[in-house]
Design a binder for this molecule. Sequence first.
Ligand code: UTP
Length: 492
Amino acid sequence: MHDVNALAARLQSIGQEHLLRFWSELSPAQQRLLAAQIEAIDFTALPSWIEQYVRRRPVFELPERIEPPVWYPRDPNSPRRPYDAARFRAIGEDLVRAGKVAAFCVAGGQGTRLGWEGPKGTYPATPITRKPLFQIFAEQLLTASRRWERSIPLYVMTSPLNHRPTVEFFESHRFFGRDRGDVMFFQQGVMPSFERESGRILLAGKGELALNPDGHGGSLRALYRSGALDDMTRRGIEHISYIQVDNPHVRIIDPLFIGLHAAAEDSSGEMSSKMLPKTGPFEKLGNFCRVKGRTTIIEYSDLPDSLAGQRDEKGDLRFGAGSLAIHCIGVGFVRRLNESPSRGSAGEGGGGGAARGFALPFHRADKKVAHIDLDTGELIEPNEPNAVKLESFVFDALPLCASSIILETDRVEEFAPIKNLSGVDSAESSRALQIERAARWLEAAGVRVPRNAQGLCTAVIEISPLTALEAQDLLTRRDLPASIAAGDEVLL
Ligand code: UTP
């Protein structure tokens, strides 16, 4: 039995007593659930979060001095910054072979823009076989594990909102051929959703808080709290290859990137990133910058037009390095963040709960959140944003690194995200990019690919990760067709 009076008193102390409005109508089981959700709230921090992020609209404070980032160019022979790519690639391969690298997919998001019923990773993504995103990653790991003769573990972060269907999906597909013992799932934290005007926590049901996952930044805490990091340490893992669930083109294991992260002179091995040259000053990608000598990402919406449009003497955008949300993260870095609070805080805040080691700032998003009307008890489905969600972003950990490197990559090769139902970054745009990448890989292997006047491939091509992880994997194959005709469907 819960002491409802004590609960009410605690809630009253932070102005959230309305959460018990329907208590007497709830069954004992529902009461237990609600009480547990309320007890998980960080009562100490909540009032300041509401003040700082909900009642006031946080204003981004532009750092005084922002400098352009430096990066390792895609072409290692570029005069801009030549480097020994073969050496770093070999270092990365050795690390994979030695079992020091794990793959980590953050898949706890709500995927509201895509509007897909299940977890985003179950979305059928490929042009011909409609393989789900999770399968693409699992098959990449199968091939990589065979190639480097070492099983590469996969950690999947879910949220309480999609954990069960995610695990069931892997189970029902027998982990896509991967060893069950090498696929681990853990849940990230949640934050309450707040009513925009009053800062009151919304009720999703009479006995249930409206909760949202606490952002991909929550992964750095969840890795630690869930025991996933300990599991990695037990396995001898030192580097985490971090990917988001919605990009079928991500190279889940990239030896060059891992090698640079682990061994480049200017890398502290804490957290590294990949970047893309932006298509224009206002492309909606986070912008890599240097602030006080540290790698920092400033969101596109926070970078003033005057800076976004600046060009260097060669005519290139000074702040043209866009983030693809691909990182390599040191296991030791995640541990230090969680175990030594003095290591630095990028701001106030942090997920709910006790023992808090470090804090990333929250980002506010105004969203439509269905909720119970406190007077009528009816469920209201708003047409306009009525609520504030607070999330932390993983890239806010970059300035906490002593020295964080960036590797340039190619858009078609590594960035075909599926975020929206249509238009930019949609299933349709991703499909076109997947076909284009497959066409390029085949052309590099000497296959004639049909293209129209605009240069677009007019066949539908899908290359399985079981067949190739990169273009050069096709060079030695003897079973490729000499040419492909317009309208053909080619599955390799
Ligand atoms: P997005 O920023 O695209 O958010 O996540 P989302 O929740 O998937 O989709 P929308 O905004 O509701 O449409 C980028 C990546 O970060 C993960 C997502 O699963 C995706 O891989 N993510 C996001 C989390 O793991 N947890 C979160 O709390 C938020």
